[in-house]
Design a protein around this ligand. Structure first.
Ligand SMILES: Cc1cc2nc3c(=O)[nH]c(=O)nc-3n(C[C@H](O)[C@H](O)[C@H](O)COP(=O)(O)OP(=O)(O)OC[C@H]3O[C@@H](n4cnc5c(N)ncnc54)[C@H](O)[C@@H]3O)c2cc1C
Length: 485
């Protein structure tokens, strides 16, 4: 039976963007309703993305610590650590459940947001109908609507891939018995994070990347440094793949269970290769959840890649409907989705005209070593200005890194060649994920390299690597005493 309820704001999707939207809506005393299905309330980040992956990276890191112990003075006498993967997933589930309850279910209740469970579709201007699921038949109408349906794992068109069962970052979380070996397609942050998790818990991992380097969207040095670090750790990384075909050795092309064995036929540097493993993991990116949700029927246009077309204020081509989060495209990050959700509501109801400067959004890969970047890369700067003003400091020259024997990585600073303002910072190394915030403020507020040099940094810290890279514009840092200011 169809019933219609009216609200100030109705939202399709129940992830980070949607929750930021109800938070802002509550501040403005607006009534809200949300339709969600697929993933539980909270969406990707809490259920299958940021939270489980960071938890499992910490589990893997703990397991790998004895092998990476750099101090001869420390000996582990009880042999190799073992990891009970099923127990690790149980721990993840508990953690996720707690986060979901506290940060999403309770929050929706606190803001008095009505939650409709089921698959929703826009049927006319800012009216959503639940067409499948527990609340099937419900119609909710809003003064304004927000589309925040997120994204899902995407697989490339490679011959045979359709007929092969494989893991994604979502389905691996349901696998209690890991295979002995995994071939992973992809070289972005999800491939690296999951590649390292699986390696650290004992799976033999081979990463196959189509581009010439991993992390191809970031500065070239970062990908090369990570490939070197992964290979030193025992993870095979093969870049520059021209994928030909994927097949299961058991039955050519037929749908098989995920651990029945897989062979990836590829061409690398003109040479044919076949890479085999017990199972395949596809981590080649995400696609927007924009199909089948009624966009055409309400006049919302999409971009060629399927993302929803919005203006800088997150308004779609239908003026009563806004969109935010992964469904509007890169950068697909939790914090960005939330900021977009917040801004969409400010613009929809307060006419505030707020937007996001995406050039100052930091990107982070939570592997060990960590990778972090903000702003313009050397290559982008060269393309724009025909010249480059960049300096790189190796972690092995940073006193803290030397003292704790953790010297993997580097920090590169790109500055404006005339004004000295810092326009980009790119780093690999311990604590890069935290260190990037100083660099982000520098890029956002146009600080110069001298502003950073003139700021006293605690000694000895990894944060000095950023200052040292700035100092490298002014002096030869190889002849510098430890704590020179
Ligand atoms: C493995 C992994 C690790 C990640 N790690 C990080 C990280 O460390 N840091 C970071 O910032 N970001 C990370 N991300 C990205 C981050 O999770 C996403 O950018 C963010 O969750 C997007 O939020 P969203 O609100 O746009 O969509 P989502 O969180 O995906 O929420 C959308 C919700 O809408 C539902 N839905 C879709 N269509 C419909 C429909 N028609 N009707 C009803 N419901 C629907 C979906 O099932 C989902 O529940 C990670 C992602 C992955 C996959």
């Amino acid at each position: 039976m169809t019933s219609t309820a009216d609200y100030d704001l109705v939202i399709l999707g129940g992830g980070a963007a949607a929750f930021a939207a109800i938070t802002e809506a509550s501040r403005q005393d607006l009534s809200t309703a949300m339709v969600n299905t697929g993933l539980p309330l909270g969406g990707t980040c809490v259920n299958v993305g940021c939270v489980p992956s960071k938890h499992l990276l910490a589990v893997g890191d703990q397991a790998a610590t004895p092998q990476e112990n750099p101090f001869e003075a420390v000996q582990y006498s009880d042999g190799e650590p073992t990891v009970d993967w099923a127990a690790a997933l149980d721990g993840t589930d508990d953690l996720v459940e707690g986060f979901r309850q506290e940060n999403y279910v309770d929050v929706a209740e606190h803001f008095e947001t009505d939650i409709y469970e089921g698959y929703g579709r826009l049927i006319e201007d800012s009216t959503i109908e639940v067409v499948d699921g527990a609340d099937e038949g419900a119609r909710i109408s809003g003064g304004k609507a927000l589309v925040a349906t997120g994204s899902s794992p995407w697989a490339p068109a490679i011959g045979g891939l359709d007929g092969v069962d494989y893991y994604t970052s979502e389905t691996i979380l349901e696998e209690r018995d890991l295979p002995e070996s995994i071939v992973m397609l992809g070289g972005g942050y999800i491939a690296l994070e999951w590649g390292q998790i699986l390696h650290c818990v004992g799976v033999d991992v081979t990463i196959l990347q189509r581009s010439e380097r991993v992390l191809s969207g970031m500065d070239g040095q970062l990908g090369r440094e990570m490939q070197r670090a992964f290979e030193a750790e025992g993870i095979e990384v093969i870049t520059g793949n021209d994928f030909q075909r994927v097949r299961t050795p058991a039955a050519d092309g037929g749908a098989e269970t995920v651990q029945s064995g897989v062979a990836v036929e590829t061409v690398v540097d003109g040479t044919e290769r076949t890479v085999s493993g017990d199972a395949l993991f596809v981590a080649t990116g995400v696609q927007p959840n924009s199909e089948g949700i009624g966009l055409e029927s309400v006049g919302i246009e999409t971009n060629p890649d399927g993302t929803i077309h919005v203006d800088e204020h997150f308004q779609t081509t239908n003026p009563t409907i806004y969109a935010a989060g992964d469904v509007i495209g890169e950068p697909e990050l939790e914090t960005v989705a939330a900021k977009e959700g917040n801004h969409a509501i400010k613009n929809a109801f307060g006419d505030e005209g707020v937007s996001i400067n995406y050039d100052t959004v930091p990107a982070v890969v939570f592997t060990s070593p960590e990778v972090a970047a903000v702003g313009t890369t050397e290559l982008e700067y060269m393309d724009e200005h025909g010249t480059c003003s960049c300096r790189t400091v190796q972690m092995e020259d940073v006193p803290r890194a030397k003292a704790v024997k953790n010297t993997d990585g580097l920090v590169q600073v790109v500055k404006h060649h005339e004004t000295d303002e810092i326009v980009g910072v790119h780093m690999v190394g311990p604590r890069a994920a935290d260190m990037i915030m100083e660099a982000t403020l520098a890029v956002k507020f146009g600080l110069t390299v001298d502003d950073i040099i003139d700021t006293v940094h605690p000694f000895p810290t990894f944060s000095e690597a950023f200052k040292q890279a700035c100092q490298a514009f002014r002096r030869d840092t190889s002849t510098m005493s430890c704590c020179i200011e």
